[in-house]
Design a protein around this ligand. Structure first.
Ligand code: BES
Ligand code: ZN
Ligand code: ZN
Length: 483
């Protein structure tokens, strides 16, 4: 889908259909030409309504906010996608006309039109090819064309990074092994400016004493990979390291998941997929930071050589871990990857993981948890990432919960002694692997809820949502503006 910005009057722009956003439910807006038809059609300003006689699609949005515009654009797309409409025009007047609004509309179309259909033998054709945004204002005040074009460009980059991440998560576990992730990362580095990629095999993991990571992989027919992507522009201002949980399949291991819970566990690579999407976005946005992505790619399988509940693992950092449940494998992989990541001396360290079912129970399926030791940093992240539309909740560590991950036999247990507070105790487990000097620059993001959905919601189709990509890119973009 292509986007075009024009300062031509909306009336003189040629297109098969016009999109009109409705904010005012009294329909007092000069672009609304079909008030009478609304009465007949029973359209009260909510949802999308096509009026064929005037080739107009009306979409009601409750507020002029970035995410409402994303939702609105995606609803408009949904209403016309199977019609023979090749081009759609929209006047920016409706949306307050700033860069973020235009960016959000572009994101809404691109996120809403994503499909993962490679395994369907038949697909319905989609006609829409072009969206033309006119910057004509209500009182003929025009917005800066350059700003509008920047909005389009940023929207395209951020949505395409998100959709790129969705493709990785949606791919089936038979195909998407750690080796495939390594190949994708290498290909990505070839494609992008200022990006390099190193891939480390099991011998390297052994040399680095990444025994927690290796234990998770042990019963898998597919070897593990530690993948290190680096985006390094000239004169980078800060070094930011992302760490992603890349479980290409999580069967639970010997603490095997029940059948119903195992289904969808191809999505356990979402943290790593998000980190790859962030590198893509960062490079295309030319962000002024040095950004690393450390991906821990492995499966968690069963077999005669599987690691076992009762085992004790000596992690890369030297901290010993009692394994009480092999399904709490993500934190084991992350423990070693976080240790590796701190050797890069980051100014900011962010891990992303589909870490706990408890997080989904606690926050619901739509919200990611933000954890860490630095109150200010967590809240700053929440505020600066808000316009992305991704929902976040800050969760707090406390000394009582810290007690629960103590082990009788090792330095820490991979499960808590209580079933309550599981998202936070997982975060506390990871904290054990963060050195004192990095405690305050570390954020843990549990994306288990929103990363994958079995039913479509908002502009997300069923399947992967690309959770983590937009919130972090918006955060980085906001930080870049402050430089
Ligand atoms: N990958 C799962 C967490 C998960 C659950 C992600 C649901 C997305 C949706 C993780 O490895 C896991 O199984 N965690 C266990 C931890 C428990 C054994 C302490 C869980 O949450 O049940
Ligand atoms: Zn698990
Ligand atoms: Zn897992």
């Amino acid at each position: 889908m292509k986007f075009q910005i024009t300062d031509k009057n909306i009336g003189s722009v040629k297109a098969d259909c016009e999109l009109v956003f409705i904010i005012d439910k009294n329909f007092e807006n000069k672009f609304i030409k079909d008030k009478e038809a609304f009465e007949f059609l029973g359209f009260d300003g909510e949802g999308a309504q096509l009026v064929q006689s005037s080739n107009t699609i009306y979409v009601g949005i409750p507020k002029l906010e970035a995410d409402e515009l994303r939702l609105g654009a995606s609803k408009a797309y949904g209403a016309i996608k199977n019609l023979k409409i090749k081009s759609l025009k929209v006047a920016s007047y409706h949306v307050g006309c700033d860069r973020l609004s235009i960016q959000s509309i572009v994101e809404g179309f691109l996120l809403g039109s994503y499909e993962f259909n490679k395994y369907k033998s038949k697909n319905k054709p989609v006609s829409l090819e072009e969206v033309i945004i006119s910057t004509q204002e209500l009182n003929d005040v025009k917005i800066d064309l350059d700003k509008a074009k920047k909005g389009v460009k940023q929207g395209e980059i951020i949505a395409s990074a998100t959709n790129f991440s969705k493709d990785i998560v949606n791919e089936i576990p038979e195909i998407y092994t750690p080796l495939k992730m390594a190949k994708d990362a290498k290909d990505l580095a070839k494609e992008l400016k200022n990006v390099t990629c190193k891939v480390y095999d099991e011998k390297f993991l052994e040399k680095e004493k990444m025994n927690a990571f290796l234990a998770v992989n042990r019963a898998s027919a597919n070897p593990p990979r530690l993948i290190h992507l680096t985006y390094k522009p000239k004169d980078a201002k800060k070094r930011i390291v992302f760490v992603g949980k890349g479980l290409t399949y999580d069967s639970g291991g010997l603490s095997l998941k029940p059948a119903d819970y195992m289904l969808t566990m191809k999505s356990d690579k979402s943290g790593a997929a998000a980190a790859m999407g962030i590198i893509k976005g960062a490079s295309e946005l030319n962000l002024p930071f040095e950004i690393h992505a450390i991906l821990g790619a492995t499966e968690n399988m069963i077999g005669g050589n599987a690691y076992k509940p009762d085992d004790v693992l000596i992690s890369r950092s030297g901290v010993t871990i009692e394994v009480r449940n092999t399904d709490a494998e993500g934190r084991l992989v992350l423990a070693d990857c976080l240790s590796f990541a701190q050797d890069l001396k980051p100014d900011l360290l962010i891990d992303m993981a589909t870490l706990t079912g408890a997080c989904v129970v606690g926050l619901g399926e739509y919200t990611s948890a933000i954890m860490g030791n630095n109150e200010e940093l967590k809240h700053e992240f929440k505020t600066k990432s808000k316009a992305s539309g991704e929902l976040t909740t800050v969760l707090e560590f406390n000394p009582h919960l810290r007690e629960l991950v103590k082990s009788q036999i090792a330095d820490i247990s991979n499960t808590a002694s209580s079933r309550y507070g599981g998202a936070i105790t997982a975060g506390i487990f990871l904290d054990k692997f963060i050195k004192d000097e990095y405690k305050d620059i570390w954020i843990h993001q549990d994306i288990a809820g929103p990363a994958y959905t079995e039913k479509a919601w908002g502009y997300n189709q069923s399947g992967a949502t690309g959770a983590g990509v937009r919130m972090n890119l918006y955060y980085l973009n906001a930080m870049a503006k402050e430089l």
